[in-house]
Design a protein around this ligand. Structure first.
Ligand code: GDP
Length: 192
């Protein structure tokens, strides 16, 4: 377990020379059926993706899917790890950023997401980005969680809030860019 003081400035990111993109590990977590796989699938096809990487056989987490993203003329490699709510042993310290997903038509999934937010912030402190993601906004007439509730929860836990539709690929690129922007702001050492 990496202690948070050690990882404060650079997270667990591997900083490399400019010819080799920095690598970050992002957990996508939430209740079953909220759209985690659908969102990850859409990330793979984003216009910001320079290329999709082969799964690294040596990786200790074989579920990781990795893309290299080109943003602001700089490449970064993002490895996505999907986790279900049942994952009891999420060790937040191992990862650089977190996307906590719920479905806007499912109050229980929102409560679960807030519980995860609460646990994670206690575990990792505030130095790494968490984005709370209200998915399935296409189901407008079935909405059970308001945008205000989503925003308020995110603010309470010093996180960002965004709403997406993985089904319509709505705001998914913005989510990807937002995650990477947060990661670069929080984890990349600033130039003096
Ligand atoms: P996971 O269990 O969280 O990985 O959820 P999946 O990605 O497998 O999605 C569960 C179900 O929700 C599938 O039938 C998806 O097609 C559907 N789904 C995912 N995202 C959306 C969305 O944005 N809108 C709608 N209407 N359905 C979605």
């Amino acid at each position: 377990r990496i202690n948070s003081a050690e990882s404060k400035d650079s997270g667990t990111a591997v900083s490399t020379s400019s010819s080799c993109p920095a690598q970050y590990r992002i957990v996508i977590i939430g209740a079953p059926g909220v759209g985690k796989t659908s969102l990850a699938n859409q990330f793979m096809t984003s216009e910001y993706v320079a290329f999709e990487n082969e799964t690294d056989e040596k990786d200790d987490n074989p579920g990781v899917r990795s893309i290299t993203v080109l943003l602001d003329s700089e490449e970064s490699t993002l490895g996505f790890i999907e986790m279900s709510l049942e994952t009891k042993d999420l060790d937040g310290q191992q990862y650089d950023a977190f996307g906590i997903v719920f479905s806007i038509n499912d109050q229980a999934s929102f409560r679960s997401a807030v519980e995860i937010l609460d646990c994670l912030r206690h575990d990792i402190g505030t130095d790494r980005p968490i984005i709370l993601i209200g998915n399935k906004v296409d189901l407008v007439r079935k909405r059970k969680v308001t945008k205000e509730d989503g925003r308020a929860a995110a603010i309470k836990y010093e996180s960002k809030y965004t709403e997406t539709s993985a089904a319509l690929n709505h705001h998914v690129d913005e989510l990807l860019v937002g995650m990477l922007t947060q990661i670069r702001l929080k984890l990349t050492p600033r130039v003096p």
